[in-house]
Design a binder for this molecule. Structure first.
Ligand SMILES: [Zn+2]
Length: 349
């Protein structure tokens, strides 16, 4: 079968090639790939900055935002031929740490977890893949190809759960949320926050194009200013850019008792001790919490599935701005200004 593979940590090694059919030890459910979403992590792996092949192998099958159709449900019940499924990305570490032991692999303590398409397990960018029943999530069949948005939605399901849990430390009326960045994660954060009836503001550098339209279609407010200029004091900020200046501005702009939830992973230089002290002083004086959130556990996958199932299909379809064929995967990895979510489509839904 055909797959998109890469030799991790070696730039320029990605190719669309023939590989053996998936081995039964990878899971009792056999799935035919429908689509795989592309994100910044995939780009970084192809650029040689990140990623690990399975033990004893040199190449890794790329892709962690999956959607497929069950071809053979295997011996365990719960799935049938034709079901649309998405594969959970992370697997608990083998030790396991306390968090992995209770199914909170998203909170792994020792970093020995593995991830499909990223860290030591093949991903989903192959014509067929296998999955263990306990790591397969059924998606509402009426979503069709939109089910490929489930994995990025899980990131937001966890982030908003973190905000809600932390908010309970005091009397707190969450009203106005600022989302920084109108990429797929930011737009899904806006969708989720609106579904909770919150006043939602989304900030992005783009002044026109699909992003402002998608934000307004949710009944949210779009800003193409800096965080300092949004004109209100957010109760919570969901940071989805990973850009140093946006993070710094968010920490300054957050209201008293507010929460800044960081979901973007950026790169930058050294922070001076003085700047750290200023950030800490602002957090102390306003009782702020700055929390990082990564990955998702099964509870978040379940919640994300419910959110997508309830969402407006036309709005969701606006997030998928480009579909590429597997053999054109390089085009899928090239970022274009109006791209929101690009998917590689392996077969029709
Ligand atoms: Zn662990």
């Amino acid at each position: 079968m055909k797959a998109i593979t890469v030799e991790p940590k070696k730039p320029g090694t990605a190719r669309f090639e023939d590989i053996p059919e998936p081995d039964v030890h990878e899971g009792s459910i056999l799935v035919e790939a429908v689509a795989v979403g592309v994100c910044g992590t995939d780009v970084e792996i192809v650029e040689g900055k990140y990623g690990w092949p399975p033990p004893g192998k040199t190449r890794l099958v790329l892709g962690h935002e999956s959607l497929g159709r069950v071809v053979d449900p295997g011996p365990t019940g719960g799935f049938k031929k034709g079901d649309l499924v998405v594969g959970i990305v992370r697997r608990p570490d083998p030790v396991p740490c306390a968090n992995c032991a209770v199914g909170e692999w998203d909170m792994c303590r020792n970093g020995q977890y593995t991830e499909r398409g990223i860290k030591q397990i093949h991903g989903f960018m192959s014509e067929r893949w296998r999955i263990e029943p306990e790591y397969a999530i059924k998606v509402d069949p009426s979503l069709g190809i939109l089910g490929v948005l489930l994995e990025p939605t899980t990131v937001i399901a966890k982030a908003l759960e973190q905000v809600a849990l932390i908010g309970r430390r005091s009397f707190w009326e969450l009203r106005a949320v600022l989302v920084t960045g109108a990429g797929p994660i930011g737009l899904l954060a806006a969708l989720a926050a609106r579904s909770h009836g919150l006043e939602v503001h989304v900030l992005d550098r783009m002044e026109s194009g699909p992003k402002p339209d998608l934000v307004r279609a949710l009944g949210a407010t779009y800003h193409s200013t800096s965080v300092k200029e949004v004109g209100f004091e957010p109760d919570a900020i969901v940071e989805c850019t990973g850009v140093g200046q946006v993070i710094a501005d968010s920490i300054q702009a957050i209201g008293s008792n507010g929460i800044v939830c960081l979901t973007g992973v950026g790169h930058g230089g050294v922070v001076t001790a003085e700047a750290c002290a200023d950030i800490a002083a602002a957090a102390v004086l306003k009782n702020n919490v700055i929390v990082g959130s990564v990955n998702a556990n099964k509870r978040h996958w379940y919640r994300a599935g419910n959110l997508l199932a309830r969402a407006d299909r036309k709005w969701l379809s606006g997030l998928i701005t480009r579909r590429e064929k597997p053999e054109s995967f390089q085009h899928a990895l090239d970022r274009k200004p109006d791209d929101i979510k690009v998917v590689i489509q392996f077969s029709e839904v």
